[in-house]
Design a protein around this ligand. Structure first.
Ligand code: P6P
Length: 334
């Protein structure tokens, strides 16, 4: 009997990917399915945040010194829970946790992978109903299997990622992930409670007409960035424009839009914060991996994001990401 491939679920897709590579152990497929399960649980809570007393601050501060919203904690616990009790992950790092958490049990110590998460990025937008997201990064361990994972498993260059993805909790809930074989998007079909393949083989348009940056920091940016912003504002029909400025202050939503439509997203360093605001390991690396696999580019203003050698889990980096030709025009301003 022919299998209905018209609404291929995330589970069916990951299993099909595994069948295409007979040597695959299925661990990565299992890991992605675990992440999909946790994402569905977070989706339910995010979509009723306005209805139950899950809004507001949890009364605690995270390592960033930011007020932690209750949904942040819930999301972190969901991803931690499915991975700790799965068979595919030896430990995780998270924006919501000071240090990495090594699961250190016999099964987890045999797992080939570690993960890094921003469990709920843009959480300051929760209370005003703006789209928010989860971001994740997957590395193959470099430490000895059978023993607990170590910090060096997490502090690898982004070009060593085996998978990366995000979930966007917006008008619909989508899970997008990339492996070396490409980028695919899955939309949650609530009728069956499954992520279903809706955006196969995502490609980032070589150019676009959207630029995304916080203009409130304009006078703190360095000259090449200001020069590029001015160039964006001066585009006309004859020079590839006019451009439009779109910035909703939720990275997952801003970068997802620009990935699909074409565009550039910038979170530059400023005089107050030379390293910018965004975190390398669980915000910039995963998106850089995804957008490069889709044909775009991602830098810190000087080098590929994916070539940066991390030194600590929560380090920040200036971040520029998007359509190849727009990134190259930005680079030409240096
Ligand atoms: P700003 C959300 O808090 C976040 O981490 C990203 O999702 C978003 O792109 C950025 O901060 C917005 O920062 O300083 O422009 O408000």
């Amino acid at each position: 009997m022919a299998i209905n491939r018209k609404i291929q679920t995330l589970d069916e897709f990951t299993i099909q990917q595994m069948r295409n590579f007979p040597k695959a152990t299925g661990e990565l497929s299992g890991l992605l399915r675990d992440i999909g399960l946790a994402a569905k649980r977070v989706h339910v809570e995010v979509n009723k945040a306005g209805l139950v007393d899950i809004l507001g601050d949890a009364g605690t501060m995270n390592v960033q010194g930011e007020e932690v919203k209750k949904l942040d904690i819930f999301a972190n616990n969901q991803f931690m829970g499915v991975l700790r009790h799965g068979i595919s992950c030896a430990g995780i790092g998270s924006e919501e946790m000071d240090d990495i958490v090594v699961f250190d049990d016999d099964i987890s110590n045999q797992s080939k992978y570690v993960c890094l998460f921003d469990p709920l990025d843009g959480s300051s937008n929760i209370d005003v109903n703006v789209s928010i997201g989860t971001i994740f990064s997957v590395f193959r361990r470099v430490s000895e299997l059978g023993k607990p994972a170590k910090s060096e498993d997490f502090l690898q260059q982004g070009n060593k990622q085996v998978a990366a993805g995000y979930v966007i909790y917006g008008s619909s809930t989508m899970l997008v992930y990339a492996t070396r074989r490409g980028v695919n998007g899955f939309t949650l079909d609530q009728a069956i409670g499954e992520f279903t393949l809706s955006h196969p083989d995502i490609v980032c348009p070589d150019s676009g007409k959207i630029y995304s940056v916080n203009h409130g920091n304009y006078f703190q940016y360095d000259e090449p960035v200001k020069k590029y912003i001015t160039a964006c504002q001066q585009k006309t029909k004859t020079t590839g424009g006019p451009y439009t400025q779109r910035y909703i202050g939720s990275m997952v939503a801003d970068v997802h839009r620009n990935l699909i439509k074409g565009g550039i997203f910038m979170y530059p360093g400023t005089t107050d914060k030379p390293k910018g605001k965004l975190r390398l390991l669980y915000e910039c690396n995963p998106f850089a991996f995804i957008v490069e696999k889709a044909g775009g580019k991602a830098t810190d203003g000087n080098q590929r994001i994916l070539d940066i050698q991390p030194t600590e889990v929560h380090q920040r980096t200036p971040f520029f990401i998007g359509s190849r030709l727009m990134m190259e025009e930005l680079e030409s301003m240096a």
